[in-house]
Design a protein around this ligand. Structure first.
Ligand code: KIV
Ligand code: ZN
Length: 532
């Protein structure tokens, strides 16, 4: 029997070698981790954390950073303005509804950017027009012309988005796009807002709109996909095939509901399958792991173990057959190298005798590059952990560094905790906190040791925040493993998450709760959102 010839050309023999950029069409990467990503419940970031993420995105070669929604709150406005001021290379965008006040506020926020963009959007689908906007198609067309013109008076770089584009009839969508381009929009974004589309439909939508709208060659078309059906990355790539040249995405796929298309997956899919996708991005892929860890740390959202590209298991080969193949030739089971996304293989084992150089090199292998102060702090805590724990695994170090990033600007710190627990209740906790420089102690009881500990925190820092999530996981195996605790608090319609790790579950519980309170106490998170 003769083997059938494949219909398409076989992938290049060495899939880990990307094609030369000069032969490829450039795809612009628009990162919205700080806007659509931050809209995800519990993913709220402080100003300091947003600046860290923006700096990372700029360094790694993201073309556009959507820094926030300036009208939403004073904190959002300040974050966008500060990111606009410090960003060196990327365009900085601020989001605005199709409302004059929003557009003016976004324009003001990005005014100091080297390159600033106003991103304005309005719904176009019948279901949104009827039930949410209560406007006719003709009214929305007028709104598009007026608001895009207003934005163009503030900056030359205006993006217009048709919210719920994928559920909008093509004929009306074309009229809207035509109005936006005539009013001066330079980028046209057609989002799959509710994650409903399929790759074939999404590709066809871009082809149809670009073909039917006379001035479509004057604007760059953009994809923006949500992952409700797990199709966000596939849809984004199909949209590019349909002619889009900008991709809106987030690190780790963070975003509303099931999230947005994951930046790292888009970048690596384009790079790894350049034989069938003749495009190139400006992102330095070796920074993807670092970016993923930073976003996970500042949001306290864990990365799924088997997450493509950046998951802990993404390059792990467990089965005997796979391991055998890998030992003979890595190309047998690896379509990209761990190094290409910033993970380098290492056999360095850490323990209490490891010095600064070994620790620094280990962190680098794990994808972390810390500033001097953060490094010293992490090193001190590593030594303390190595004293308590015989084997310090990579996961322990990740938990240790992630925790520090998440608590860099603490106003309250845990000093000491003594808990009495067991079958003879009531359980009690004696907790000492450093509250803005002065030490305060409270002793409380509770329905179990965690409840007693959290009651002690409430006694020392009275607050209205509601505990929305309390989750404990073991960082590694063994009874001496660190317990990683995630705590989510909700207050004034905002929610924040914090993570802490310690061999003592109650200490990590107290630290995680205090971490979340610290986030809520940040000035920019305390004020209620004015809109949105
Ligand atoms: O999903 C969406 O439609 C959006 C718009 C604001 C672009 O996030
Ligand atoms: Zn979105």
């Amino acid at each position: 029997m003769t083997a059938k010839k494949p219909k398409t050309a076989a992938p290049s023999a060495n899939p880990v070698t990307p094609a030369k950029p000069a032969q490829k069409d450039r795809v612009v990467i628009f990162d919205t981790t700080l806007r659509d990503g931050e809209q995800c419940p519990g993913a709220t970031m402080t100003l300091e954390e947003k600046l860290q993420v923006a700096e990372m995105l700029d360094e790694m070669g993201v073309d556009i950073i959507e820094a926030g929604f300036p009208i939403a709150s004073q904190g959002d406005f300040e974050a966008v303005a500060e990111i606009a001021r410090i960003t060196k290379k990327a365009v900085v965008a601020g989001l605005a509804r199709a409302i004059n006040a929003d557009i003016d506020r976004a324009g003001e926020a990005v005014r100091k950017a080297k390159r600033g963009r106003i991103h304005t959007f309005v719904s176009t689908s019948p279901i949104h027009l009827e039930h949410q906007m209560r406007k006719t198609e003709a009214e929305v067309l007028e709104i598009i012309s007026a608001t895009v013109k207003r934005a163009r008076n503030l900056t030359d770089d205006v993006e217009w988005s048709a919210m719920d584009a994928t559920r909008t009839p093509i004929a009306y969508l074309c009229q809207c796009v035509d109005a936006a381009i005539k009013a001066g929009a330079t980028t046209i974004n057609l989002p799959d807002t509710v994650g409903y589309s399929t790759p074939d439909e999404y590709r066809a939508m871009f082809r149809a709109v670009r073909e039917k709208v006379p001035g479509s060659d004057k604007a760059i078309f953009s994809v923006h996909c949500h992952d409700d059906l797990g199709l966000a990355v596939a849809n984004s790539l199909a949209g590019i095939e349909g002619g889009a040249r900008q991709v809106e995405c987030t690190i780790n796929g963070l975003g509303e509901r099931a999230g947005n298309a994951a930046l790292e997956e888009i970048v690596m899919a384009i790079r790894t399958r350049s034989d069938v996708m003749p495009y190139v991005t400006g992102v330095d892929a070796t920074q993807l792991t670092r970016a993923s860890k930073l976003v996970s740390a500042v949001t306290s959202f864990p990365i799924q173990y088997n997450k493509a590209i950046v998951g802990r298991n993404a390059f792990a080969h467990e089965s005997g057959i796979h391991q055998d193949g890998m030992l003979k030739n890595a190309n047998t089971y690896e379509i990209m190298t761990p190094e290409s996304v910033g993970v380098s293989k290492t056999s360095l084992v850490m323990g209490k005798h490891s010095g600064r150089n070994a620790f620094r090199s280990k962190l680098k292998d794990l994808g972390y590059e810390l500033g001097e102060n953060a490094f010293e702090d992490a090193f001190t805590r590593f030594k303390a952990l190595a004293d308590k724990k015989k084997h310090v695994y990579d996961e322990d170090l990740e938990a240790l560094v992630d925790e520090r990033i998440a608590t860099a600007s603490d106003r309250v710190k845990v000093i000491a905790l003594l808990v009495v627990a067991g079958t003879m209740g009531p359980q009690s906790a004696t907790l000492t906190l450093d509250i803005e420089g002065s030490h305060k102690t409270a002793q409380t009881t509770g329905n179990g040791p965690v409840d007693a500990t959290f009651n002690a925190i409430k006694a020392l820092i009275p607050h209205e925040a509601k505990l929305a999530l309390y989750q404990v996981t073991a960082v590694t195996e063994g009874t001496d493993a660190q317990a990683e605790v995630s705590v989510r608090l909700e207050m004034n319609g905002r929610s924040v998450t914090s993570r802490a790790a310690d061999p003592d579950t109650l200490v990590s519980s107290a630290k995680a709760y205090i971490g979340a309170l610290n986030k809520l106490m940040q000035r920019d998170l305390m004020g209620k959102r004015e809109a949105g």
